[in-house]
Unconditional design. Structure first.
Length: 164
């Protein structure tokens, strides 16, 4: 089983959105049962809460399923994860600092690095304090990065079939 965890700050906006989109891409690729997808937050402010209603609205309008409860990322999870996807540079730094080993720190990647059209170091902006438009933009950015991430995961699962 290949394990992917998306991480933002509170685990109610960006990371559950990325989780839902990527889970759908995994299913479409016929990898359900081979790839496990989840999400967490760097902070525990919203632990146990459902996704932000605006996240739910945008995901449902785009046809994505989600049943989410926020949780805080734990450093002990690194051992069981293959890749940890940060939604912005702040999360990237925090997660790498939490990593118990250099190998674990190397598992942390910035989501938009999987989007060939994104500039280097590009974040998925936090939509929490804005309008629904920000959540729609967040979805667009997540969707743009997911094909590249899926290709990377497929390459890790079948290294002889994919060229990195």
């Amino acid at each position: 089983m290949y394990r992917v965890c998306f991480v933002c700050t509170g685990n109610i906006c960006r990371s559950p959105m990325a989780e839902a989109v990527f889970r759908a891409r995994v299913a479409e690729a016929g990898l359900h049962g081979r790839v496990e997808v989840d999400s967490a937050g760097t902070d525990g402010w919203h632990e146990g809460d459902r996704a932000d209603p605006r996240t739910v609205t945008v995901l449902e309008a785009a046809g994505y399923e989600q049943a989410h409860r926020a949780r805080q990322f734990r450093p002990s999870w690194f051992a069981a994860l293959d890749v940890v996807i940060a939604l912005d540079e702040g999360h990237l730094r925090t997660l790498r600092a939490l990593a118990p080993t250099p190998e674990d720190a190397a598992k942390v990647r910035l989501l938009r690095t999987y989007d060939p059209a994104a500039p280097a170091g590009a974040d998925v902006p936090d939509p929490y304090y804005g309008s629904l438009d920000g959540f729609e933009e967040c979805l667009r950015l997540v969707e743009a990065a997911c094909p590249g991430l899926l290709e990377a995961v497929q390459g890790a699962l079948n290294p002889k079939e994919h060229v990195a």
